[in-house]
Design a protein around this ligand. Structure first.
Ligand SMILES: Nc1ncnc2c1ncn2[C@@H]1O[C@H](COP(=O)(O)OP(=O)(O)OP(=O)(O)O)[C@@H](O)[C@H]1O
Ligand SMILES: [Mg+2]
Ligand SMILES: [Zn+2]
Length: 215
């Protein structure tokens, strides 16, 4: 074999060894041709991904929300402190129509970064499909939207079942209602009793759907 070929190969290996440098992040010796070692590159990549997710949850559309509520955020003071304190798993938002109950409920989903989330309208609460029942158990947050004093007995019974199961499991449930607790109690006392154990917020602003009067 040609000796000059062997010596050229040897020289290249020596050159590569001499190129060994220190990671600019952790200072460990690295064989990488990059400035950072593999571990530090991976940590940096995870950091960028976490920052992207943070930004997405803070500013992006809420995953799973209907278009009307995908940009919702919670700004009601009591709701914000309920989110912060994490003492109760049940939040009950009452108030007249258009006061922003459903908006605040989706805002809770954003604040808690809740995936998966399930929103059940009272009209769909009268019966649950097997898939929905499974989803009720799996969801990090369930919104029971529009529970009314005039909801059907079947809807009330489902709401009771869902609230009860999720209270027991320590899972977050947000209930919105036009009715007062007293009105709900008249229809389903056991449901009202459980709702009363949660954080109750009454929204009082004017109907947001009506055109605003000039100020
Ligand atoms: N803080 C807010 N900022 C901007 N838009 C809002 C806010 N709150 C509510 N809205 C908008 O106002 C409208 C009414 O709000 P929302 O549907 O949450 O009211 P609601 O109390 O749930 O009414 P209903 O009892 O009829 O269901 C919606 O179109 C919603 O997008
Ligand atoms: Mg609503
Ligand atoms: Zn490193």
């Amino acid at each position: 074999m040609d000796e000059s070929l062997i010596s050229a190969g040897w020289d290249r290996m020596v050159q590569r060894l001499e190129k060994t440098n220190k990671c600019t992040q952790c200072g460990r010796t690295t064989w990488s041709t990059q400035e950072m070692c593999r571990d530090c590159q991976e940590a940096a990549r995870r950091g960028r991904e976490a920052a992207r997710l943070d930004h997405q949850w803070a500013k992006g559309p809420i995953p799973g929300a209907p278009p009307l509520f995908e940009s919702a955020y919670a700004d009601h003071e009591t709701i914000l402190s309920w989110i912060e304190q994490k003492r109760q798993t049940l939040l009950v938002i009452t108030g007249a129509t258009g006061t922003g109950k459903t908006w605040q409920a989706w805002g809770v989903v954003r604040a808690l970064r809740a995936v998966p989330v399930l929103a059940l309208k009272s009209s769909r609460m009268s019966f649950l499909t097997r898939e929905e029942l499974a989803a009720v158990e799996a969801a990090r947050v369930v919104i029971l939207d529009d529970l009314g004093a005039r909801s059907s007995a079947a809807a009330m019974a489902t709401a009771l079942e869902v609230v009860d199961a999720r209270l027991e499991a320590g899972l977050v449930t947000v209930v919105t209602s036009n009715a007062t607790l007293g009105e709900i109690a008249a229809a389903e006392p056991r449901l009202a009793s459980r709702l009363a154990s949660g954080c109750i917020v009454r929204l009082k602003c004017p109907d947001r759907r009506l055109p605003q009067r000039g100020s």
